[in-house]
Design a protein around this ligand. Structure first.
Ligand code: ADP
Length: 586
């Protein structure tokens, strides 16, 4: 349906009303003017007729004298005049005409009624209106004669026409004025409604700062007030939603777990920073995009479908293939809103480290058991052999007991290393390792004193290079232990005659200690796992050399407890360099 503006509705209604009123007034006015003009003319003619009748009465019906009087009368007044007897016979007339001619035609006969009569008609021949007035003379019940006067109303009709034209011009002017006024009134009445509509439209578009129109129209003012209340509620709701949104964003943003929300058509409707980082996507512009378009992973798609359809929460692990594979634990819960629209929220947890730690723990238990089992089995075997009779042979029993002693020492060193490792890990975990400013040269001197005899035994030269002034915040016994372990390895895995260099220096704010040997070196394939517990390249050789496989692991944890790290570079047949880096001051 075509829509019309309120102002046009009001204005057109007003125009119709004005036109109807003006037309009515004009019609009434023009009729009234015509009536008044005719009545005035009739009264004038009647008055003239009376005077003439009075003047004719004493003439005693002398026709010639009457005729003369009538001629004079007609000449002075411009009217046609007739003298008619009560029977309707024309006695005299001016201008003269046949005696029987009755110009009144069907006009009422005043002689019979005894009262003045008048009437008008159109003369078809001349096209003029003729007004006839018959004035009786004498008593009403028996008039003596009747004077009949006939007037051509052209002049008075022209005056009526002029009056009517003036009336129509006045009506048109009034109509114009009324219409102009109506337009102003319609504008004035419609403007608050239009302003209100405009305000409502802008409010719907989210503009809550707009001023609401004020008006004296009660209904519109009520509507404006209601719109004002609506705006307040809208602002309040907007603030509440904003607050909730901010809180939700803050909660989601601060979560370590990734959160991903999708709708029934698997379009992303929410994603926090952690999820974007885990899935390696750019958080900007992901909203409303299909999940598959953002993350091309069929397993995740299958899981999302399952999460949307299942009534119960679902769980699964997702392996993301990359340079370093990562395992993401997914937990999905279906969403149902009031409109029945579905969707799901998926919580993502990176369990790669947990899984790795779990594996490390499992391996560690297996390794410890294995490492302990070997010397225990050996001790048990030799003790049984001794009990079975070898005790009787002094040479054998001594040799066996020496083996038992060596295995017991091995057990002791494994247990000692494990306890050391556990202590270091504890202080590493609690982060309260006691540190004190220590000259690194003192640490090197202590390590040299410890390792010196073993180096001398294998004809290996120890060369230390450390500025006397180099002081760092360290735990002296632990750092000494780390350096001893590294130097001990360097001695163990170097051929006689080689040199082991131990250097310390300050690089920026870091204390850097290097243990460089010219030994067997390590194949590149072993380097990534070298610092794991019980990891040994050649188990037999390590055992023969009295190694437990825990030495480098202890070094790693000591350095980590100091807030640093240890790395290794090695070339088989050339030698290895172990580098320790840790903050020099706290
Ligand atoms: P172990 O008690 O067997 O020495 P570590 O943890 O100290 O155990 O060392 C692990 C393995 O790393 C050793 O078994 C050895 O094969 C290798 N390794 C350590 N240091 C050196 C080195 N300086 N040169 C060559 N190989 C080394």
């Amino acid at each position: 349906m075509p829509r019309t503006r309120l102002v046009w509705h009001l204005f057109l209604g007003w125009c119709l009303l004005v036109a109807a009123v003006l037309a009515g007034c004009f019609w009434l006015g023009s009729v009234q003017i015509g009536t008044l003009a005719t009545e005035g003319e009739r009264q004038r003619i009647e008055e003239l007729g009376r005077r003439l009748a009075t003047a004719l009465a004493p003439a005693d019906r002398d026709t010639a004298a009457c005729g003369e009087q009538l001629r004079q009368f007609a000449a002075t007044t411009g009217l046609d005049v007739e003298l008619v007897d009560p029977a309707g016979e024309t006695l005299a007339s001016a201008p003269p005409r046949a005696r029987s001619t009755n110009r009144g035609g069907s006009l009422p006969q005043p002689t019979t009624s005894g009262r003045t009569a008048s009437g008008s008609r159109y003369d078809v021949g001349t096209g003029r209106r003729i007004l006839t007035v018959a004035v009786p003379h004498g008593p009403p019940e028996a008039p003596a004669f009747v004077v009949r006067l006939t007037a051509d109303t052209t002049v008075s009709d022209a005056a009526v026409g002029r009056a009517v034209r003036r009336l129509s011009a006045g009506s048109l002017a009034c109509g114009g004025l009324a219409i102009a006024l109506g337009w102003l009134l319609a504008r004035r009445a419609a403007r608050p409604v239009e302003e209100l509509c405009d305000a409502a439209a802008r409010l719907a578009a989210g503009d809550v700062d707009l001023p609401l129109p004020s008006t004296e129209l009660a209904e519109v003012a009520g509507l404006s007030a209601a719109l004002g209340r609506l705006r307040e509620q809208l602002v309040e709701r907007g603030l509440t939603i904003g607050r909730q949104g901010t809180q939700q964003e803050a909660v989601l943003g601060s979560m370590i777990e990734g959160v991903l929300a999708i709708d029934a058509r698997q379009r992303i409707v929410g994603m926090n920073r952690a999820a974007a980082d885990l899935l390696n996507v750019d958080l900007d512009g992901v909203l409303r995009r299909p999940l598959q378009e953002v993350i091309r992973n069929p397993d995740l798609r299958r899981f999302a479908l399952l999460a949307i359809d299942c009534r119960e929460p679902v769980e699964d692990d997702l392996v993301l293939r990359a340079a370093r594979d990562r395992t993401i634990r997914l937990r999905g819960t279906a969403l149902r809103d009031v409109s029945g629209e579905g969707g799901a929220v998926i919580v993502l947890n990176d369990v790669t480290d947990i899984e790795r730690l779990e594996n490390v723990r499992r391996d560690f238990v297996a390794n410890v058991s294995h490492e302990l089992k070997t010397p225990v089995a050996s001790i048990k075997g030799f003790v049984e052999t001794l009990l079975d009779g070898a005790l009787d042979d002094p040479a054998d029993s001594r040799r066996f007991l020496e083996i038992v002693g060596r295995q017991a020492d091995r057990l002791a060193s494994i247990i000692e290393d494990l306890l050391a490792l556990s202590r270091i890990e504890q202080s590493e975990g609690s982060g309260n390792l006691p540190l004190e400013p220590t000259p690194i040269a003192d640490v090197f001197a202590a390590a040299e004193a410890d390792c010196g005899p073993r180096a001398a035994e294998r004809s290996i030269r120890l060369a230390t290079d450390c500025p006397e002034s180099l002081v760092a915040d360290v735990n002296p016994p632990l750092l000494e232990q780390a350096v001893i372990n590294l130097v001990d390895n360097a001695i163990k895995y170097s051929d006689p005659g080689r040199t082991v260099r131990i250097t310390a220096d300050l690089e920026g704010s870091e204390l850097v200690i290097r243990v460089v040997d010219e030994g067997t070196g390590i194949d590149a394939e072993h380097l990534p796992r070298l610092f794991e517990r019980f990891y040994r390249i050649d188990k037999a050789r390590s055992r023969k050399l009295g190694g437990t496989g825990l030495g480098l692991s202890i070094v790693k944890h000591i350095v980590q407890a100091h807030g640093g790290g240890v790395t290794v570079e090695s070339t088989p047949g050339v030698g290895s360099t172990f580098t320790v880096r840790m903050p020099a001051t706290r």
